[in-house]
Each structure stands twice: as C-alpha cells, then as structure tokens.
Design a protein around this ligand. Structure first.
Ligand SMILES: [Zn+2]
Length: 285
C-alpha cells in the first residue's frame, strides 16, 4: 500500500514544471542521514503552537510537526487550545499537521474499528480545512500496541512517534529517551529522544543532540510553551528560545516527521515491530 502512495506521488510529478519534477525525482533517492539531524514535534494543539512556537521555529527556518487532536480541552477551551483556522495557518506556514486522534484516548484499549474512527475524524477535519491528509501519527499519552501498528500500516501512515519508554524511565514530567535508529527501529514506533517538562533540562537537550550521530536521529517532543493545562509537560518560552538558538548554533538539520521520508524508507522495518524495543530493554539490564 505504501508503494502505491509513492507511485501516486511519482505520477503527480508528471503534471509539474520540468525543473520541479527533476528536483523531486532526485529527492526520491534517499539522502544520507547527517549528524545532528533533529525531528521537532509539538503535541496536543496548545494555544502557543500558533501564538508563539510557530514564529520562533520559523525564525530559524526549521521544520516541525504539530500533532492535532480534538481531545483534552480542544472543544471546550479556546483560550488554551488552537482553533482549526489556526491549524490551517500552521499548514500555510509550511509546517506539517500530524494526526493525534479525535479524542486523545489510550489507543491500546480500543478496537481496530474505533482506532480507525479516531484517525479518520482528524483526516476529515484536515480535508475540510484544505490541509493535506496526515501521513504521520503520534500516540496519545505515548500508548501503543501491535494492533495500533497494524491499523497505522493499513491506513498508509509512514511514521509514528511513541514516547521514551520502556527503554528509558518516564516520570511523566519530561525525560530522556532513545535516539531513533532507522536501521533498527520500526518506522511506526519511532522513539522520543527527549520530551520537555520540569525534569528535562537544557543539558538533556544537549545530550539528545549528541545522540544524533552515526545514522541515528534525535526526536524532540514539546507540548505547550507554556502548557497552560498540563504543567507537568510545560516549557517556558524563554527556555524554548534558548533551545531553538542552541539547535541553530550547533548547525542541526531540524525537520518535521514527514521529512524523515527523505532519509528513511518507511516501507522497511523489522518483521516484528517490537523486537528492537525488547532488544534495547534486554541490553540495558
Ligand atoms: Zn497528546
């Protein structure tokens, strides 16, 4: 099914002006993963996504993914959460809009049908606001299962981001996690290398960037800047500015999740998606 997607993309190039088509035809060949390749993601539709984060990220010409959900307080508190119009603006600014489900449920508890319903709802909303169908996903509350991976595969998602565990301890207030190793990890179980919160300090960001070498990629996750309703995953705007300035100073290549497809073939992955996770956990003992 993924091949069909790429085939379709290749066909659509035929309709484009020659130089653009040539540029994209060559882009299909995977690029070498540079050291300090960083994926930047923002979960949960916090108001700061549009009001603060987008401008700061844009200043550095970084890519980023905003993972949208209509769960949490999205439907009841528009002072704390972005509107769909603002989400459409984020798309218009060149950012990726990723799927983070309709109601932000613990996915492993749901039937396959309900999982699909959660995903389809966000896809339909995107269509309504002229945002391309999301091609990457983020597990709400970091909860995933083999069935979720199956559903995402069936629905042609290319990459999905999980949390820092079980390889790293997660106290729920920001933590370090594994670097994403595309030679090992399944593309629908991309780990988070660091997520912001009171327990995740500047030195943890530095550590995450240090992990991004020899083919491994650092995947960062932020929630609100600030996270008005979820202080345990808060990042202060001043700290966030310092983080972005650090990525810039270090010469990091900072991309959205979907841009991983320039470096990694999402059709490839281990036969058992969970084998690499088990191996890492076993290796740490
Ligand atoms: Zn979330």
């Amino acid at each position: 099914m993924k091949r069909f997607l790429f085939g379709f993309a290749a066909l659509s190039l035929l309709a484009l002006p020659c130089s653009f088509a040539e540029e994209n035809a060559s882009a299909v060949k995977l690029r070498k993963i540079p050291d300090k390749l960083v994926v930047l993601t923002f979960d949960d539709c916090n108001k700061s996504d549009r009001a603060f984060v987008a401008g700061e990220v844009k200043k550095h010409r970084f890519g980023a993914t905003f993972y949208v959900t209509e769960g949490l307080g999205f439907l009841r508190n528009k002072d704390h959460y972005v509107t769909w119009k603002e989400i459409a603006e984020l798309h218009g600014m060149g950012f990726e809009i990723g799927n983070h489900t309709r109601t932000h449920p613990h996915m492993p508890r749901l039937s396959k049908e309900r999982m699909k319903g959660e995903l389809t709802h966000i896809e339909k909303r995107c269509e309504q606001y002229k945002i391309p169908r999301p091609v990457t996903f983020c597990y709400p509350g970091f909860g995933h299962s083999p069935t979720c991976v199956e559903v995402l595969t069936e629905m042609n998602y290319l990459f999905a981001r999980r949390g820092v565990g079980p390889e790293f301890k997660d106290g729920g207030k920001g933590a370090r996690g594994p670097a994403y190793d595309p030679r090992v990890d399944h593309p629908l179980l991309v780990p988070t290398t660091g997520y912001a919160g009171p327990d995740w300090k500047f030195e943890d960001l530095v550590w995450a960037v240090e992990q991004a070498r020899d083919g491994r990629i650092a995947v960062l996750c932020y929630h609100g800047v600030p996270a008005l309703e979820h202080p345990w995953v808060n990042c202060d705007p001043g700290d966030f500015r310092k983080h972005m300035a650090y990525l810039s100073k270090e010469g990091c290549t900072v991309i959205a999740m979907r841009d991983l497809a320039h470096y990694v073939d999402p059709a490839k992955g281990p036969g058992d998606p969970y084998a690499p996770i088990r191996a890492r956990v076993a290796g740490k003992k």
